[in-house]
Design a protein around this ligand. Sequence first.
Ligand code: 5CA
Length: 152
Amino acid sequence: MLHPTAQKVADRLRERGLDVDVRELDASTRTAAEAAAAVGVEVGQIVKSLVFTDEAAGPFLVLCAGDRRVDTDALGGSIRSATADEVRTGTGFAIGGVPPLGHDRPLRTVVDESLLRFDTVWCAGGTPRTVFPVATRDLIAAIPEADVRAVG
Ligand code: 5CA
């Protein structure tokens, strides 16, 4: 049986019209490198769900290709990485398992346009051992007001 946290993610995504197959692996998928090795894809195909905090606007999410880094200066404003506690309270999930959508509350989401290099990408499914594949365009379409742009 799927971990209840991963099942919650699958249920929430289905409510948004995204029917994904969340898989629980024997190996860790806590980092993009580990997830890529476990799934057998290149690291760029792994979606990192990174939480940042804007001093004025609060927490927001950046979905970043596993082989890219976010340039916080390019995102503007006064931005820093969220702490582990802020990730948990902002999304409802712990670092290493944060899914790209289906959080406890709506989260403004920037999407790294370089993910469009791939037809399919792999995302965290709520825990550090769960992942799911999704068509990149379907993922973006399911995120309300996704802000697709260069992040690096
Ligand atoms: N399951 C994998 C692949 S989908 C995953 O969740 N990768 S991730 O990149 O989205 O999550 C790990 C990220 O959490 C790291 O890249 C890092 O930005 C962030 N992180 C790790 N440790 C901390 C920490 N102590 N405080 C704040 N952020 C952290």
